[in-house]
Design a protein around this ligand. Structure first.
Ligand code: NAD
Ligand SMILES: NCCCC=O
Ligand code: NA
Length: 489
């Protein structure tokens, strides 16, 4: 089947509104997850480039053309960016799919979400103007005051590879809406579309230094950003291990951070569901979308015993229809894992589950028809106990583990039996039961009779080891990118 071709632009670092070669001239190869071939390269920033970008960001805050803009003026830039994203949607989707292996269909969906996020934060930027000063009545004649909301300052935005441009946008859009000056450090595993965001910002005339984009390795480019004394905040999305490193480094400077980390989310299915096939479809989507590389993937299926065998039979039938192919192919439903490192990690989780006594009900290997590329079959693992690694750890691949329950209390206990707390789903036609689970689930996001829908207006984030802070909604402007002060007048 014809696979659309697309040219990968050769870029430098995006600093102070222009393309700049890294000081050390290092570059990182781009390896296609679908073919394992080198298909391009990205610039590799180091500490020296971080210093240059931070100075550019601080200059932007000091200049009127960014530091003294109103929300309405900033909104114009955000809307212009959104328009450019939609203009280039087809090309950006192909680049995203080439870079991280997600299907072209999902990548196109992401580009719509990217544009919608910039539009949403343009509206919030405009609304900020009327909320900049909030009078507070002290009921005193001698003292008058108001609370002032101001941009926090220079913010470091460090993001992952599973939704490269969307995860970057979830931070860049609110940061710019708030009037901060941002330095984005995307994942070295998928940076192409984030560099194209730099080109789009240049084309719309975003003032120099308002957004800077440094691609490169975490320890070489991310760590110096975290530890830089003139970076006022770090907003991070990524693994728990890296989150701990970032929080530790930031603590030395008493620097605020927000952490959006991993998950091991449950989907609880009761025997009173109206439509078995629909529940099966949501279960598959909830775990196998983006080849399972989703922070909120409902990768623990908790099934009521009375329907378990019928449900699993139907799941096996549906899984046969999942088309595994080059992600740029039409109707591809499962692409490759993003890199050889992640691919090996996923296979290691599956082999450990076998060693610990679990059963691989289906999948667990490379699909026979895909001789190249980091492909793993959609995998279902049963006979799981709660001490097993496959039950406890985030796989971040197309792997669903299954346990059964008899009573509601047992289901709640199993669902919350995780160090994570990002999302959970319940499939039942009993509305009161769903309400009970809303209280019982220890997560930030809860889905009734579905899995994964995400809305720009709602706070995205979790509890426990899934981190703290929120992306999306009005919350991450006010809580993440604005500071409060009050003068006595
Ligand atoms: N909660 C959410 O909203 C959300 C969304 C997407 C992904 N995630 C999580 O992200 C993880 C997968 O992403 P990943 O593999 O890119 O995570 P990762 O932690 O390996 O990398 C994330 C980013 O951190 C950078 N980094 C690495 N080491 C660093 C260091 N020492 N200092 C500063 N920066 C450093 C990387 O270069 C990358 O840009 C999964 O755990 C997934 O659950 C969470
Ligand atoms: N629907 C967006 C999920 C982001 C986490 O990976
Ligand atoms: Na890549």
């Amino acid at each position: 089947m014809a696979i659309p071709n697309v040219r990968i632009p050769s870029r430098q670092l995006y600093i102070d509104g222009e393309w700049r070669e890294p000081v050390k001239k290092n570059r990182i190869p781009i390896i296609s997850p679908a073919t394992e071939e080198i298909i391009g390269e990205i610039p590799a920033a180091t500490e020296e480039d971080v210093d240059i970008a931070v100075e550019a960001a601080r200059r932007a805050l000091a200049r009127d053309d960014w530091g003294s803009t109103t929300g309405a003026q900033r909104a114009k830039y955000l809307r212009a960016i959104a328009a450019k994203i939609l203009e280039r949607k087809s090309e950006l989707a192909k680049l995203e799919s080439l870079d991280c292996g997600k299907t072209l269909f999902e990548a196109a969906w992401d580009m719509d979400d990217v544009a919608a996020s910039f539009e949403y934060y343009a509206d919030l930027a405009e609304a900020l103007d009327s909320k900049r000063k909030t009078p507070v009545d002290l009921h005193l004649d001698s003292f008058k005051t108001y609370v002032l909301r101001e941009p926090l300052g220079v913010v470091g935005l460090i993001t992952p590879w599973n939704y490269p441009l969307l995860m970057a946008t979830w931070k860049v859009a609110p940061a710019l809406a708030a009037g901060c000056a941002a330095i984005l450090k995307p994942s070295e595993l998928a940076s192409i579309t984030c560099l194209e965001l730099g080109e789009i910002c240049r084309e719309v005339g975003l003032p120099p230094g308002a957004l800077n984009i440094l691609t490169g390795l975490g320890p070489e480019a991310g760590a110096p950003l975290v530890s830089h004394p003139h970076v006022d905040k770090i907003a991070f999305t990524g693994s728990g291990a890296t989150g701990v490193k970032i929080m530790t480094a930031a603590a030395q400077l008493v620097k605020p951070v927000t952490l959006e980390l991993g998950g091991k989310s449950p989907i609880v299915v009761f025997d009173d569901i109206d439509n078995l096939d629909l529940a099966v479809e949501w279960t598959l989507f909830g775990c196998f979308a983006n080849a399972g590389q989703v922070c909120s993937a409902t990768s623990r299926l908790i099934l009521q015993e009375s329907i378990a065998s019928e449900f699993l039979e139907r799941l096996l039938l549906w899984i046969k229809n999942i088309k595994i192919s080059d992600p740029l192919e039409e109707d591809c439903k499962l692409g490759p894992i993003v890199s050889s490192g992640q691919y090996e990690k996923v296979l290691k989780f599956i082999s450990k589950a076998k060693d610990e006594g679990a059963t691989i009900l289906c999948g667990g290997e490379r699909p026979q028809h895909m001789k190249k590329g980091y492909y793993v079959q959609p995998t279902i693992i049963t006979d799981v106990n709660t001490s097993m690694e496959i039950w406890k750890e985030e796989v971040f691949g197309p792997v669903l583990c299954v346990k059964t329950f008899k009573t509601e209390e047992e289901a709640i206990e199993l669902a919350n039996d995780t160090k994570y707390g990002l999302a959970s789903a319940i499939m039942s036609k009993d509305v009161e039961r769903c309400e009970r689970f809303t209280k019982a689930f220890q997560t930030g996001i809860i889905w009734f009779n579905c899995s994964q829908p995400t809305f720009t207006q709602l706070p995205w984030g979790g509890r426990k080891r899934s981190g703290f802070g929120r992306d999306l909604g009005e919350w991450n402007i006010s809580k993440c990118f604005l500071v409060l002060k009050w003068p006595q007048i």
